[in-house]
Design a protein around this ligand. Structure first.
Ligand code: ACO
Length: 402
C-alpha cells in the first residue's frame, strides 16, 4: 500500500470501516437510538408513546419539522398535502410500460424519479419555502404512486383516492378500492396500519436514509434522493426483509413446520441461509419496535378473527432462538420486520407490497434526514478508500496481451 494515498485531504489519516459500523456520518437531532438498552425516540418522544397515541401524519410533521404540530398546523399540513395529490396523467404511460409482474419496489422507485420531469421546479430548494413545497409534493404523490404500483399488478383502474379521508385511510382506499365498489374503511385495519407506519418512520443513519442523504448531498433534489432510498430499502438485508420473512415462514410451513431444521441451516456457515427478521446492526439487546409489533400482531389477528399458522411458527422460532447459544452469543433478536409481514398479511396486503408499505412509513424519515442535511449545509458525501490494486503498470498493446 502506498502510505501517502492514506492521507486525507485535511492531512489526517484515512480510516477503513467496512459497512460503516463505527463511523458517524453526520450530527443529527432527529432520531435517538440506544441499541444496548433498546431505546428509540423521535425528536425526544419515545416510540412507545408515539405508536400508542399519535397519528402517522403528526409523526411525519414531528420528524420533519422538529415539533408535534398544533391542530391548526396539522390541518394546514394535511390540506397542503391534499392540494398536491395530483400526479400528471402522462405518468400513467410510464407505468403502462412496466410488465404486470414487475416488482412494485422497482416500479415505485422509477416513478418517483420520473416525477421530476413533471415537477422540475422541485429540485431548486434554495429557500425553506421551496423546500416545504417539495416536501408536501412528495408526501402527497408518493402514496399515489405506491397505490398505482399495486393497482397495475392487480389489474384495477388507477385513481387518486378520496381527499375527505385521513392520510392513512386514503392510502388504504387508493390501494384496495375495487372498481364500482363502495370501499369502507375498517378502523382496526386503519389503526394497525397507522401504528406500523409510525414504527417504520425513521431509524437514523440506516442504509436507505444514508443513501437519501448521500444522493441529496450532491443537490440532486428530494425526489431522486427518495427514489434512491426506495432502491436501497428494497434489499432483503434491509426493508426487503419483511417480504423475505413471510416467504421463509411459508416455506417452513410447507416443509412440515420443522423450525429446528431452519435454525440449524441458519447456523451452518456453509449455508447462505439466514433467519430473516433476526439480527440488527444496532440493536444488540432487543428491537423496541419488534416488541410493539408482536403485541399488535396478536391484537390485529384477534380483532379480525384471523388464525394464521405462520404466526405460531414465528413465535416458535423466536422462542427457540432466544434459547439458542448461536443466537444468544451473537445477540440476534427479532427485528421490526419479523412480525410486520404477519400484520400486513392479515390486513390483506399482498406479500410483494410489504416493502412498499415500509417505504410509505419511512418516507417522512427520509424527508427529515434530507431536510436536515440541506439545512446544515452538509458537504457532498464522498468516502475515501484503501487502494489494494496493482501498482503502476506499463500499457501493453492488444497484440501483445495473453
Ligand atoms: N441468521 C443467522 N445468522 C446471522 C443472522 C441471521 N439473521 N444475522 C446475523 N448473523 C450472524 C452472522 O453470520 C455473523 O456471524 P459470525 O460472527 O459467526 O460471522 C454475526 O451474526 C454478525 O452478523 P453480521 O452480518 O456481521 O451483522 P451486521 O450488523 O452486518 O448485519 C443484518 C445485520 C444485516 C440485519 C443481519 O443480522 C441480517 O442479515 N439479518 C437478516 C436480514 C434482516 O432481517 N434484515 C432486516 C434488518 S432490520 C431493517 O432493516 C428494517
Amino acid at each position: 500500500i502506498d502510505i501517502s494515498s492514506l492521507r486525507s485531504a485535511s492531512g489526517g489519516l484515512i480510516t477503513l470501516d467496512r459497512g460503516f459500523k463505527n463511523t458517524g456520518s453526520c450530527e443529527s437531532a432527529i432520531t435517538f437510538l440506544n441499541g444496548e438498552q433498546g431505546i428509540l425516540r423521535y425528536r425526544g418522544y419515545s416510540i412507545e408513546d408515539l405508536a400508542e397515541n399519535a397519528s402517522f401524519l403528526e409523526v411525519a410533521y414531528l420528524l420533519i419539522f422538529g415539533e408535534l404540530p398544533s391542530q391548526q398546523e396539522l390541518d394546514k399540513f394535511h390540506q397542503d398535502i391534499k392540494d398536491e395529490s395530483y400526479v400528471d396523467e402522462e405518468m400513467k404511460k410510464i407505468l403502462d410500460g412496466f410488465p404486470r409482474s414487475a416488482h412494485p419496489m422497482g416500479v415505485v422507485s422509477s416513478l418517483t424519479s420520473a416525477l421530476i420531469a413533471f415537477n422540475p421546479s422541485s429540485v431548486d430548494v434554495s429557500s425553506e419555502e421551496d423546500m416545504y413545497k417539495s416536501i408536501v409534493k412528495i408526501l402527497a404523490k408518493f402514496p399515489v404512486l405506491c397505490a398505482w404500483a399495486l393497482r397495475k399488478r392487480t389489474g384495477q383502474p388507477l385513481d387518486y383516492g378520496d381527499s375527505s379521508l385521513g392520510y392513512v385511510e386514503n392510502i388504504l382506499k387508493m390501494m384496495f378500492k375495487k372498481a364500482n365498489e363502495d370501499y369502507k374503511i375498517n378502523p382496526v385495519v386503519a389503526s394497525a396500519l397507522n401504528k406500523l407506519l409510525i414504527l417504520h418512520a425513521d431509524h437514523e443513519q440506516n442504509c436507505s436514509a444514508s443513501t437519501v442523504r448521500i444522493v441529496g448531498s450532491s443537490h440532486a433534489g428530494l425526489f431522486v434522493s427518495i427514489s434512491a432510498g426506495v432502491a436501497a430499502l428494497w434489499g432483503p438485508l434491509h426493508g426487503g426483509a419483511n417480504q423475505a420473512v413471510i416467504e421463509m415462514l411459508e416455506g417452513i410451513k410447507e416443509d412440515g413446520g420443522d423450525s429446528k431444521k431452519y435454525m440449524q441451516k441458519a447456523k451452518d456457515k456453509e449455508d447462505p441461509f439466514r433467519l430473516m427478521g433476526f439480527g440488527h446492526r444496532v440493536y444488540k439487546n432487543f428491537d423496541p419496535r419488534a416488541k410493539i409489533i408482536k403485541k399488535s400482531a396478536d391484537e390485529v389477528l384477534g380483532d379480525l378473527g384471523i388464525e394464521d399458522p405462520v404466526l405460531d411458527i414465528a413465535k416458535g422460532l423466536e422462542k427457540e432462538a432466544l434459547e439458542d447459544d448461536y443466537f444468544v452469543k451473537r445477540k440476534l433478536y427479532p427485528n421490526v420486520d419479523f412480525y410486520s409481514g404477519i400484520i400486513y398479511r392479515a390486513l390483506g396486503i399482498p406479500t410483494e407490497m410489504f416493502t412498499v408499505m415500509f417505504a410509505l412509513g419511512r418516507l417522512p424519515g427520509w424527508i427529515a434526514q434530507w431536510r436536515e442535511m440541506r439545512l446544515m449545509k452538509e458537504p457532498i458525501g464522498r468516502p475515501r478508500q484503501i487502494y489494494t490494486g496493482e501498482n503502476h503498470r506499463p500499457y501493453v498493446d492488444i497484440d501483445e496481451r495473453h
